[in-house]
Design a protein around this ligand. Structure first.
Ligand code: BES
Ligand code: MN
Ligand code: ZN
Length: 509
């Protein structure tokens, strides 16, 4: 349920009769239609437009509108159309070649970008290439994702600013029942993305580990079992690596275990693990001041896991899934961990702290070990804003992928292409692993200057116990990525759609 747009579905015939009603003078409702490369709409749309088709042709000629994808022709609706505004959207779709899933999601985002707060619009979802029920649901998901906004801390509005009412969009489709069913699932996933975005956007004074855990616990409303491990529980588990990171903070650390039991318990669960550093100052190895405020987003991995659990539960996915997040705040303090400290992880392996700013891997070391030991999952996938180096390598185009399992890596690659949340695999090899051997302990928490994202992944691999595993370094994609058709938010919610897709394609039923 989005706060920013309400989406309803109606049969194509309804749109046709609405178009036949004369618009009240100054009518403000928008009719949205799509045209293909030749500027021709689908047959149903041509029929709905009726005599207005001529004004469309005239308007297109005057505005040199060619119907290219991601362009739109914004017209005052011709008299007699029953709408105030006619928005003609290019798709370049050719008969028989429907846009794919990502294109439909983007198209929904593009259209939402053309509507204002409080707008009322009817979208005739009949594309020249044909529109399946799934394509319509994808479009609706794009509308919702684009409409998201994080403005809860803005108390002042400019005088001329409209009241922030949600847009009301009606999608006219061929088969309402079939679309509704699919749209319910795609909206559940979009809700998970919105949740993840909000967690990333929240300021670090509001969202510290205990509060993050409380928000994750709200998933119980959807039937997710949530367990919160407090400090004594983490001490009993001997999570010395995770606890060391949080020991300089006034806020207590937490680990949250979320379980969605939609699969009937016949097989081991799939597992997702998230880095949840609610603020990363670097600790004693303190970061520079410039841009440090962005380190409120250092919990984007954990946010994604929570958003994913929401998505799976909302659409009642037929899978048993576990989500585990390690929540800490990394602060400099008299009690903070020092460079030179040696901590003992839950696995029993010892770690020499070289740089307290390489804290994410310490949190994940214990979370990964815990997950494989307790749940013996089919696989575990961790997400972490782990290294600045991944931005150097891949910018925000791809998340870095590291894996000990080719099949899982390939499945994620395919899910990335199918959702637009793309991943790129980087190597893990024994020669890189040597770079984190320590003089004093079993390993140290940083390698040298080079291959920083890889040595971080090698470190994590030492805590997987050979469980099939993928590490996704989302420092570039989880926050601050450039805006696009489906995301205008600083916290992107990256990974929710990717992992939901992976589960849907391979691990349900
Ligand atoms: N949270 C940072 C990584 C990061 C950087 C995320 C930029 C998002 C944007 C992480 O904890 C960190 O500080 N990594 C260090 C590791 C280094 C000390 C080995 C880094 O990347 O510089
Ligand atoms: Mn750090
Ligand atoms: Zn960090």
């Amino acid at each position: 349920m989005s706060d920013f747009v309400t989406i309803a579905f109606t049969p194509l015939e309804e749109a046709r009769s609405a178009a036949r009603r004369p618009a009240a003078a100054g009518g403000t409702e928008t009719l949205v239609v799509f045209v293909g490369a030749d500027l021709r709409p689908a047959a149903a749309v041509a029929e709905i437009l009726g005599a207005a088709s001529a004004s469309l042709a005239a308007g297109a000629a005057a505005a040199a509108f060619k119907g290219k994808a991601k362009t739109a022709l914004d017209l005052l609706a011709p008299p007699g159309l029953g709408f105030g505004r006619l928005l003609v959207v290019g798709t370049e779709a050719k008969p028989g070649a429907a846009p794919d899933g990502t294109e439909m999601v983007s198209l929904g985002g593009f259209v939402m970008g053309k509507l204002r707060d409080g707008a009322k619009a009817t979208v005739v979802l009949d594309l020249p290439g044909g529109t399946t029920p799934q394509a319509a649901a994808d479009f609706a998901q794009g509308l919702q994702l684009r409409a998201y906004r994080f403005d809860r801390y803005k108390t002042k509005k400019k005088d001329d600013e409209e009241k922030r009412e949600p847009a009301a969009v009606t999608l006219a489709v061929a088969d309402v029942a079939a679309v509704r069913e699919r749209a319910a699932a795609s909206a559940g996933v979009a809700d998970g993305v919105e949740l993840a975005r909000t967690l990333v956007n929240e300021p670090p004074n509001v969202l510290y580990p205990v509060e993050f855990a409380r928000r994750a616990a709200e998933l119980s409303r959807l039937g997710v079992e949530v367990e919160i491990l407090d400090i004594p529980a983490l001490e009993r588990l001997k999570m010395g690596a995770l606890l060391g990171v949080g020991q300089g903070s006034a806020h207590e650390s937490r680990v949250v275990v979320m379980r969605w039991n939609g699969g009937g318990g016949g097989r081991p669960p799939v597992a997702f693990v998230g880095k949840g550093v609610t603020f990363d100052t670097g600790g004693i190895s303190i970061k520079g001041a410039a841009g440090m405020e962005d380190m409120k987003g250092d919990m984007a991995g954990a946010a994604c896991v929570v958003g994913l659990m929401h998505a799976l539960a909302a659409r009642k996915a037929k899978v048993d899934a576990v989500g585990v997040i390690g929540l800490v705040e990394n602060m400099p303090d008299g009690k903070a961990q020092r460079p030179g400290d040696i901590v003992t992880s839950m696995s029993g392996q010892t770690i020499e702290i070289i740089n307290t700013d390489a804290e994410g891997r310490l949190v994940l070391a214990d979370a990964l070990w815990y997950v494989q030991e307790r749940f013996k999952p089919r696989f575990m996938i961790d997400l972490a804003t782990l290294t600045g180096a991944i931005l150097v390598a891949l910018a925000s185009e791809h998340a870095g992928l590291f894996s000990n399992d080719d099949e899982l890596a390939e499945r994620l690659g395919a899910a990335g292409r199918a959702t637009g949340e793309k991943v790129w695999r980087l190597p893990l090899t024994p020669n890189y692993d040597k770079l984190i051997d320590s003089k004093f302990a079993d390993m140290k928490n940083t390698g040298g200057r080079h291959a920083g994202s890889i040595t971080a992944a090698q470190f994590l691999q030492r805590f997987t116990n050979d469980t099939p595993w993928v590490h996704l370094d989302i420092a570039g994609t989880g926050m601050g990525a450039p805006s696009d058709d489906v995301n205008q938010s600083w916290g992107s919610g990256w990974g929710v759609r990717l992992l939901d897709r992976l589960v849907a394609d391979h691990y349900e039923g």
